[in-house]
Design a protein around this ligand. Structure first.
Ligand code: NAP
Ligand code: GDP
Length: 303
């Protein structure tokens, strides 16, 4: 990575896990505000941008706030791309997500499937805003020949995640709930049936892969970043988390909650062709490290 690569969202789960780069977050500039962001980003004279900043949240937060997810992500993405273009930045990575693919396709997702049907209803605001990021990046690439592309990561987890129980994703929310249940001798309550299936990637792996792609990927299409050998049901995820955290209490499934999208399996053959020998962090190991990280940083990250 060059010295003048800016990482937006540098305080978040993905951005904070990059080893190098100039990491910025909302304390440096509000990406909703074009002028403020333009001036701040110009001052760093960047030659590339890895755009991790976004409004992000778990399934239940997405169900509650489709408008906010749509508006904020559309505006932040439009601003950063315009700034990037105005400053002549030639390399740019935008972040999509596997949860924005058409729902219920009946086979593993490929990069070319992105726009062929509506997303799952639970996150349509976020999904359509992200799909427009892909459209805009494609347009910049076609019209100006820039090396701009999107990565499509599967569910991410790791250090510096949003561990909020109400609006976080499943891994950080469950880690926080297990911690509380252990310390207060309470039951662990899982939302939904546990039957939905997901693939997970350790944030550090994702950051390392993006770093490699920034320098070595010249393709003109998005690229799925997942470890598709690792699809598991939420119930299996719960079992691993119970094991690595040594939780001995009762586990209860509250089936009054939605399971969200039931399957999000990906086909990562495009990534594998580029990065043949990448060794993903095994899920159990990554979850254990993340649980320990949460315990060690509890006072700063409990929200
Ligand atoms: P995150 O932990 O929630 O971090 C979000 C980052 O965006 C924070 O650094 C935050 O800064 C920054 N940000 C938010 N609003 C901003 C604003 N108005 N101005 C400036 N900065 C702002 O998110 P993440 O999980 O790392 O996600 C990174 C990217 O990966 C996102 O594009 C997301 O859509 C995508 N993605 C995430 C997942 C996942 O499971 N987490 C899965 C697939 C794709 P502050 O700390 O200052 O608020
Ligand atoms: P998604 O993968 O985009 O749907 O987002 P999440 O990371 O929020 O994962 C949602 C899946 O985890 C659904 O199947 C939920 O039923 C399940 N889940 C179980 N307990 C929780 C919880 O406490 N919080 C969240 N966010 N999801 C949970």
């Amino acid at each position: 990575m060059s010295k003048s690569c800016i990482i937006t969202g540098g305080s978040g789960l993905v951005g904070s896990n990059f080893k190098d780069g100039i990491k910025i977050n909302s304390s440096h500039c509000d990406l909703m505000n074009y002028d403020e962001s333009y001036n701040k980003i110009k001052s760093f004279n960047p030659d590339s941008i890895i755009h991790c900043a976004a409004m992000v949240g778990g399934l239940y937060y997405n169900i509650q706030h489709p408008l906010k997810f749509f508006e904020k992500n559309i505006q932040m993405n439009s601003n950063i791309l315009k700034i990037s273009h105005e400053l002549g930045v030639k390399k740019f990575i935008g972040f999509l997500s596997t949860c924005i693919f058409p729902d219920n396709l009946g086979r593993p997702y490929q990069e070319t499937d992105l726009h062929i049907g509506p997303p799952h209803d639970s996150n349509f605001g976020y999904a359509y805003a992200k799909r427009m990021l892909e459209v805009k990046i494609r347009a910049y690439r076609k019209e100006f020949g820039y090396k701009y592309f999107c990565v499509i990561p599967t569910n991410v987890y790791g250090y510096n995640d949003n561990f909020n129980i109400d609006n976080g994703h499943v891994v950080p929310a469950l880690i926080h709930k297990i911690y509380n249940a252990k310390n207060n001798n309470e039951d662990l309550v899982i939302k939904g049936t546990g039957k939905a299936k997901r693939e997970f990637i350790f944030a550090r792996d994702l950051a390392n892969i993006c770093n490699y792609l920034l320098n070595h990927y010249d393709g003109d299409d998005s690229i799925i970043v997942s470890d598709s050998d690792n699809e598991i049901a939420i119930k299996e995820l719960v079992d691993i988390l119970v094991e690595v955290s040594n939780f001995k209490g009762n586990v209860i499934y509250d089936t009054s909650y939605s399971d969200g999208q039931l399957v999000k399996k990906t086909d990562n053959s495009k990534l594998k062709n580029i990065l043949e020998n990448f060794e993903f962090t095994p899920l159990e190991k990554g979850l254990k490290k993340t649980y320990e990280w949460f315990e060690n940083n509890y006072e700063e990250v409990r929200k």
